[in-house]
Ligand binder design. Structure first.
Ligand SMILES: [Fe+2]
Length: 260
């Protein structure tokens, strides 16, 4: 049995009061083997926001795998974004988190899709490098447990890769992960929960799963939530824990089987 939690788009600096404590309590009660944090830990990449995220991650009892998002580079400091977009993330947060994690039954690799600076007008959009995707896929060679990739930007999305989901190279990267036999590709950024299967060459499915924002009641549409994955002899399942109507309490929705 493997249990993984996915928390996303925490946006420390814009969090709803009381929700971080509720999330921490729920996570430590559920006792996942590892927690995947799929980016946008901070609102503007400020030092104090990183420090709040660091304190939060250090209070999680499970190891935390982190894939930074477009908000995790100094948002308001162009010079820093150009020179060293991830220096602040690495200095303030890097020691408490890991880019990859492995147990006998599951392996998680993070895949960077955010950029400090890029040659397109909207810098919040993701950019997926297919060569890096191939390297990550290759690192799972011979691993027989659950294979998980974590990125901030979607590689698949309901309605396709357009609007905020327009991740350059996303389709190619998704294909590489499907062909390589990944089980799960988890992403954030859209603040929208979804689960989309893709058929693999071996007849199984690779699931592309998006998470909601975990700590803010102020987003339109969906309540704050996080994803819980259980992989047992019966198979893989997803349970979404949400905090409804301004409540500082996460309650589970129904268990959704993700048939492999
Ligand atoms: Fe984002």
């Amino acid at each position: 049995m493997t249990r993984l939690a996915q928390i996303s788009d925490l946006h420390f600096g814009a969090e709803s009061p009381g929700l971080p404590e509720a999330l921490l309590d729920t996570l430590n009660t559920l006792k996942p083997d590892a927690v995947i944090a799929s980016g946008d830990f901070t609102q503007y990449g400020r030092r104090r926001e990183f420090d709040a995220a660091r304190d939060f991650f250090s209070a999680i009892e499970a190891p935390v795998i982190a894939a930074p998002g477009n908000h995790d580079t100094p948002y308001l400091n162009l010079a820093a974004r150009v020179a060293a977009p991830w220096a602040r993330f690495e200095k303030r947060l890097g020691k408490g988190v890991t880019p990859s994690w492995r147990s006998p039954t599951a392996a998680v690799e993070s895949y960077l899709t955010a950029r400090g600076l890029q040659a397109q007008l909207d810098w919040s959009l993701g950019r997926a490098n297919p060569r890096q995707a191939a390297q990550i896929a290759q690192s799972f060679n011979d691993f027989r447990g659950l294979k998980v990739v974590a990125a901030h930007h979607p590689l698949m999305a309901p309605g396709g890769l357009k609007g905020r989901a327009k991740t350059r190279g996303g389709r190619e990267a998704a294909d590489i992960f499907v062909q390589a036999g990944m089980d799960l590709v988890v992403t954030g950024h859209l603040h929208q929960v979804f689960a989309l299967p893709q058929r693999r060459p071996d007849g199984g499915s690779c699931w592309f799963v998006g998470a909601g924002t975990a700590l803010s009641h102020r987003t339109r549409g969906e309540p704050p939530s996080f994803n819980l994955f259980d992989n047992t002899l019966e198979g893989l399942s997803l349970t979404v824990y949400a905090a409804e109507d301004g409540e500082n309490r996460f309650t589970p929705g129904k268990v959704q089987p993700l048939h492999r």
